[in-house]
Design a protein around this ligand. Structure first.
Ligand code: ZN
Ligand code: MN
Length: 460
């Protein structure tokens, strides 16, 4: 029998990359002095000729925003460019009245990084995702649809926006979710954005394709190549929705591939109510945007000292914190949970500082971590209060020594068999006697002291 007529059973591997947009929470916008905080503000109250895109208005870049973007770049292991510039990215849409977005094309502020996610929740161990680039751009106006009307709110127009682009290194929706959670944590640690998903200050766009790995030929020679198409799902603002959109797409692509066709290259939207993606438009190619250098903003040259300082000023990142905690005796899972949020992590450190009074932290760090993670003491208490309660629940029991000596004498005289066994060398028998004493002490003795007292008495 030959294999020639046997059907080829295909296996499939998802190939996923991410684009993430993060709004920075600087005081002012990217290219003008208007306030960058627009959430809850009356529409079109934070505007000026620059962010309205009026002809002749001159953009002036926000230095702080660029520095914060560079911090994100460094935190993601990127190389910061010494030379960089802004470009105009053209497209026509009502949220962009000047007809182009100021963005970066071929000389982004940061390139070629990587982020290793080592979540204890990630099946299959740590995974390193390469970062293609991190660049700076401006947000667009917001379209608010009400009834038959659409209102354009320019409060969001020109708010500093950082775009992070990964390589297509993810092979499951789960990996993407864990990566996004880590990225979110890092951005909150840097303090450059509230990265609030519900307010839209962090928005995700996965690009998805599925690679065919033929079982018949074991590993197809196309394994190192990317699939010939990709589908981008636009503007999702929840990690769970990203996960579900990817799962939906992967299944859809496999069905199309099984029928012998190639999924169309396109942009899709996510309908969270139906739990489905839907076709929006065929994917633009880069040249459709007619990128060219922004003539109103001179290019940038950063000194080595300036770039070095951004690196040295970087705060301790969550992964480093996990490592430090684990080295000090905190369980890995506890360390991970505690560091997901910079506020809980700082609270933990303050409590440790308070409880150790400048003494050895190692002895108590693991215990305090476990008490916080297991919610044995509420963390809305003042650190001093927390420490008091902590000492109370971890303090050894005080022993009533007078009562103890009476009880020990009594237990020895009423348990002669165990006493004899112990004296004959069966040392374990003492545990039975300890148990008897503990029972009579009704919690008013600590087991170590009881054992010691029994040993002393039995020596005689
Ligand atoms: Zn403005
Ligand atoms: Mn963008």
């Amino acid at each position: 029998m030959t294999n020639d007529n046997s059907p080829i059973t295909n296996t499939y591997e998802p190939v996923i990359g991410l684009e993430i947009h993060v709004e920075l929470n600087t005081k002012s916008k990217m290219f003008c002095q208007c306030s960058a905080s627009y959430f809850g503000a009356k529409p079109n109250t934070n505007t000026c000729p620059v962010c309205l895109g009026l002809p002749g208005a001159l953009p002036v870049p926000n230095k702080m925003a660029i520095e914060w973007m560079q911090k994100i770049g460094i935190a993601l292991g990127c190389t910061l460019a010494t030379h960089s510039k802004f470009d105009r990215k053209h497209y026509s849409y009502p949220d962009l009245p000047k007809g182009y977005q100021i963005s970066q094309y071929d000389e982004p502020f940061a390139v070629k990084g990587s982020l290793t996610v080592a979540s204890p929740y990630l099946k299959g161990g740590p995974k390193t995702i390469r970062i293609h680039r991190v660049h700076m751009e401006e947000d667009t106006a917001k379209l608010i649809h009400s009834g038959d009307d659409t209102i354009v709110d320019f409060n969001r127009s020109s708010v500093p926006l950082v775009e992070i682009v990964t390589e297509p290194d993810f092979s499951s929706a789960e990996e993407v979710k864990v990566f996004l959670e880590e990225l979110h944590t890092i951005i909150r640690y840097l303090g450059v954005s509230d990265a609030d998903l519900e307010k839209g200050s962090m928005r995700m766009e996965p690009n998805i394709s599925v690679r065919v790995v033929s079982q018949k030929s074991k590993v197809e020679d196309t394994i190192d190549q990317l699939p010939k198409y990709k589908v981008e799902v636009k503007n999702i603002n929840s990690f769970n929705y990203v996960k579900r959109a990817i799962e939906y797409e992967v299944k859809r692509h496999i069905e199309i591939l099984e029928s012998g066709k190639l999924p169309a290259q396109e942009t899709r939207g996510w309908d969270s109510e139906k739990g489905k993606t839907y076709s929006q438009r065929s994917k633009e190619e880069a040249h459709d945007y007619r990128y060219f250098p922004e003539p109103d903003i001179p290019p940038f040259h950063f000194s080595e000292e300036y770039l070095k300082k951004i690196q040295t000023d970087l705060p301790e990142l969550p992964s480093a914190r996990v490592e430090r905690y684990v080295k000090s005796g905190v369980k890995e899972m506890d360390a991970f949970i505690l560091t997901r949020d910079i506020d809980s992590s700082s609270y933990f450190e303050t409590v440790v500082e308070n409880a150790s009074q400048g003494g050895k932290k190692e002895e108590i760090m693991g215990k305090i971590a476990s008490v916080i993670v297991n919610k044995r003491i509420p963390t809305n208490l003042q650190p001093e209060e927390f420490v008091k309660k902590f000492h109370k629940i971890t303090k050894p029991v005080e022993t009533d020594t007078t009562l103890l000596s009476t009880v020990v004498t009594d237990v020895i005289s009423t348990n002669q068999k165990a006493v004899a066994e112990y004296k004959a060398g069966k040392l374990n028998s003492i545990m039975f006697l300890v148990g008897q004493v503990m029972k009579q002490m009704k919690g008013k003795a600590d087991a170590q002291t009881v054992r010691k007292t029994l040993e002393e008495s039995l020596k005689v």
